[in-house]
Design a protein around this ligand. Structure first.
Ligand SMILES: *Cc1c(COP(=O)(O)O)cnc(C)c1O
Ligand code: SF4
Length: 394
């Protein structure tokens, strides 16, 4: 059955927490304090399947369980296959190890000149500033360190990292990630962004964060002032399913956009969550309406215990094919695989070009029809009625 949604409405309200004062609900520290972090807490509100119960126990050794009340409201508690539920409630599948999986599948630790800094591409660095998030995604690429359930004991060395960036004039782009950088206090972010802004060769500063999705209350006017002060600061948010595009997220994106923060989105292609062209189309349309440009769709990294989320790359390519030409160009993200071992992001978009020779390019359009573009320009014979340069006495 094709996915359908009510396009005219945005989910809103306090749901199960309708009794809580609005001032608490809209306070991000209240949301963090009241996160659901154990099977017992979840079972106050819903019935867990045996696989989920087992998964919750195993989470203590793998990646912590935490869900904000705001995000928990988006779960369909009657449906074990709910796409929101699958993203944040652990399952026993996480215990299953499969071939090819690695703790650090992108070889980030090997490319770290300083703890927390990954320098893989010549001109840009990934700066991991914390190992904590507002809620935890069961497919997290950095589950080796995020939440510290595996005792990685991540300690970012801000001062060392900043000195490394200062000493490397080739670094023009700094991406703050983690963990979730927006869990840092306004003061700390102000300081970090100020230090980065003061480095003349750093032209481009961006933040990767799922906080707008898990905890939109964190996007306060004070935080927006920090971005305005040090702008332009770009941000990639992380929305996987149209159900996550609520009124609260839309409003948070508006506050960010009005503070001058250009917004992009990164989705991870996940089995049973968004591996469907209609779901993805509904998602990218909602993103545009929230001022967010779809940036990447990631093929899942080869993290340990992630096989149950894996989607066939051919299916991913067909999903992107169903978007390109069939909807607004701005709505079409790049589909990429982050090369295992640390090769960087490689596009695996649908192929439209059939052949390129010295004479022509042969390609298909979005409807599958074949077109040709000639590459060789041969002078044409004179055409009747066309005045030649000779006739003009030039
Ligand atoms: C993803 C990533 C970046 C940023 O890549 P873009 O394609 O520029 O968005 C930078 N460094 C590392 C290590 C990354 O994984
Ligand atoms: S928000 Fe990002 S870093 Fe945090 S658990 Fe999810 S994917 Fe991992």
């Amino acid at each position: 059955m094709p996915y359908t949604e009510d396009r005219s409405s945005w989910y809103e309200g306090q749901g199960l927490w309708a009794h809580v004062p609005e001032s608490d609900w809209n306070d991000w520290t209240w949301q963090l304090k009241n996160r659901l972090t154990t099977a017992e807490q979840l079972e106050r509100y819903m019935t867990l399947t045996p696989e989920e119960k087992a998964g919750c126990l195993f989470a203590n050794q793998k990646l912590a369980l935490a869900i904000t009340p705001y995000f928990f409201n988006l779960i369909d508690r009657e449906n074990p296959d709910c796409p929101i539920r699958k993203q944040v409630i652990p399952r026993s599948d996480e215990e299953v190890l499969s071939s090819g999986e690695m703790l650090d599948s992108l070889g980030e630790d090997e490319h770290s000149p300083v703890p927390g800094l990954v320098h893989r591409y010549p001109d840009r660095v990934l700066f991991l500033v914390t190992d904590r998030c507002a809620a935890y995604c069961r497919y997290c690429t950095r589950s080796r360190l995020v939440s510290n359930a595996q005792d990685y004991n991540f300690h970012p060395e801000y001062e060392q990292a900043l000195r490394y960036i200062e000493a490397h004039p080739e670094i023009r782009d700094v991406l703050l990630s983690g963990g979730d950088p927006l869990l840092l206090s306004d003061k700390k972010l102000d300081h970090l962004l100020g230090r980065l802004r003061a480095i003349p060769h750093v032209e481009f500063i961006r933040i990767g964060s799922r906080i707008p999705v898990f905890l939109p209350q964190r996007i306060t006017p004070e935080l927006c002032d920090v971005f305005r002060k040090h702008g332009p600061v770009w941000m990639s948010i992380h929305v996987n399913h149209p159900k996550e595009a609520t009124r609260a997220l839309k409003d948070a994106c508006e506050r960010l956009a009005f503070a001058g923060v250009p917004l992009g989105n990164q989705s991870v292609l996940l089995k049973g969550v968004n591996d469907d062209a209609d779901v993805m189309k509904a998602l990218v349309h909602r993103l545009l309406r929230m001022r967010v440009r779809p940036y990447y769709i990631y093929q899942m990294d080869l993290i340990t215990g992630g096989a149950h989320f894996k989607v066939d790359v051919r299916r991913g390519i067909e999903i992107v094919r169903a978007l390109r030409g069939h909807t607004t160009g701005y709505a079409v993200p790049q589909y990429v695989i982050d090369a295992p071992g640390g090769g960087g992001k490689v596009p695996v978009n649908p192929d439209y070009v059939q052949e390129i020779t010295d004479d022509e390019v042969v390609f298909r359009n979005f409807e599958g029809k074949v077109y040709r573009y000639p590459l060789k320009a041969a002078p044409l014979p004179e055409r009747p009625g066309v005045v030649t340069p000779a006739e003009l006495h030039l």
